[in-house]
Design a protein around this ligand. Structure first.
Ligand code: AMP
Ligand code: GLY
Length: 433
């Protein structure tokens, strides 16, 4: 029986912990730092997800068999490299491989070099050159800060004034730190998320999903960390999926091997179906949030085998299994997925993503017949309280998206809290079809 440490604490980590808790091989799950909901399924450990030395010491002291990393901030600090150097098994990419997310310029260079479909781009470190280039091109202008900026480093500028303000922030005032700016061609079309487990050249795709970034119904209001997601996208056909798997995920995995920094975790393709075909908008080096909360409930296979198999294979090629030439026919990495679809709706504190109050009591969750993934909650004197902007995500499955939608909103109605709001139109792109 295995002891697993999950690094992270939001809804995505709750979904990972939930999937691990279904494994008959896992006897104990720790989560650092975890949250109130995760604490019902795992033991929360009060260590920050970026405190790599303390996490490593915890794994050594507690004879952890496998560590699974949620957030990119831990990956880009080199948690995987440090754990491996200490002889600890860990699922996630090395610091060098995480550049596929942490540097927009690196990701673009890989895509151009290995012929992965994406928008044209140029990168700049000097404000004067950037503004001259942008002024001479059509609007909107897509400006991306070349580094991690907590989701705030992308500006779609409709006018020269907006572009100028963003470039000044990024290049003159170094609002997110010193860094370059990538200026991209503006693409149009529906966006979708395609995640895969990847180890070296081997890619195991997950079901497609779609995030809803705006705060309010009708895709109005400010951008958020995600207000809901669903699987089963009617506007993406099998041909698109096959194309995206071969031309995007596989070519990127192969490119990273050729560059000497193979992937060994989750590759997240943020893709767009443009009139010219599927193209990459961004890559992430980790599970997406809130996509993971709707995708992992569909996994029928034992997720421990997948995480563990990739963690082992990544460090010791001899252990590699039927999926490559030296295989011994015992590959345990074989994700199988339910045929159903899922839908998840985020309940957020009123005011989010701006200022909001914390500490409102949440009642009725025990009546709910759905998965509830906690994002920002707190247990105090036996009461469940709001403790963040995004508070929880309620996820239901169904035979089709209409069934999942009916179920999820029916279950949400049982939750009583006077300081929460949610979108009523999650999956509208699929329901309108
Ligand atoms: P990113 O963080 O790179 O995913 O960008 C955030 C959002 O900006 C995406 O989800 C898109 O909606 C939008 N976006 C990014 N790049 C482009 C592009 N080249 N063309 C159109 N929209 C884009
Ligand atoms: N849902 C987008 C992300 O995880 O970055």
């Amino acid at each position: 029986m295995k002891k697993v440490l999950v690094v992270g604490g939001g809804g995505r980590c709750h979904a990972i912990v939930d999937a691990l808790s279904r494994s008959p091989q896992v006897e104990k799950i720790y989560c650092a730092p975890g949250n109130a909901g995760i604490g019902l399924q795992a033991e929360n450990v009060p260590i920050k997800d970026t405190d790599v030395p303390a996490l490593k010491q915890f794994a050594l002291d507690n004879a952890i068999d496998l560590t699974v990393v949620g957030p990119e901030a831990s990956l880009s600090r080199g948690i995987v490299d440090e754990f491996r150097a200490a002889g600890l098994k860990i699922f996630g990419h090395t610091k060098a491989a995480t550049r596929i997310e942490s540097s927009k310029e690196f990701a673009k260079e890989i895509m151009v070099k290995y012929d992965v479909p994406t928008s044209g781009y140029r990168s700049f470190s000097a404000y004067e050159e950037a503004i001259a280039y942008v002024s001479a091109r059509p609007f909107p202008a897509v400006l991306k800060y070349d580094g991690l900026a907590a989701g705030k480093g992308v500006v779609i500028a409709e006018t020269l004034e907006e572009a100028d303000a963003a470039l000044k922030d990024m290049l003159l005032d170094a609002k997110f730190g010193e860094g370059k700016v990538v200026v991209e061609d503006f693409l149009t079309g529906p966006e979708f998320s395609f995640m895969a487990f990847v180890c070296g050249n081997k890619v195991w795709p997950m079901p497609l999903s779609q995030d809803h970034k705006r705060a309010f119904d009708g895709d109005k209001g400010p951008n958020t960390g995600g207000m809901g997601a669903y699987t089963g996208l009617p506007f993406i056909n099998d041909e698109d999926v096959e194309y995206a798997l071969k031309e995007v995920l596989q070519k990127t995995a192969d490119g990273m091997v050729a560059e000497g920094c193979p992937l060994s975790g989750v590759l997240y393709g943020g893709l767009m179906k443009t009139p010219q075909g599927v193209k990459v908008i961004e890559f992430n080096a980790r599970f997406g949030d809130p996509e993971t909360e709707v995708v992992l409930p569909l996994l029928k296979s034992d997720i421990f085998d997948i995480f563990n198999g990739i963690a082992e294979k990544a460090v010791e090629e001899k252990k590699c299994c039927c999926c490559c030439s030296e295989g011994n026919g015992e590959c345990k990495i074989a994700p199988e997925w339910e045929e159903k679809v899922t839908m998840g709706v985020v309940l957020a504190s009123k005011g989010y993503p701006g200022d909001y109050k914390k500490g409102a009591e949440i009642l009725g969750t025990e009546e709910v017949d759905a998965k509830i993934y906690h994002m920002g909650t707190k247990l105090e004197d036996g009461k469940l309280l709001t403790a963040g902007g995004r508070v929880m995500m309620v996820v239901c499955s169904g035979e089709d998206i209409h069934a999942a939608q009916k179920k999820v909103y029916g279950e949400i109605a049982k939750i009583k809290c006077d300081n929460l709001f949610y979108r009523n139109d999650i999956a509208h792109w699929a329901l309108d079809k």
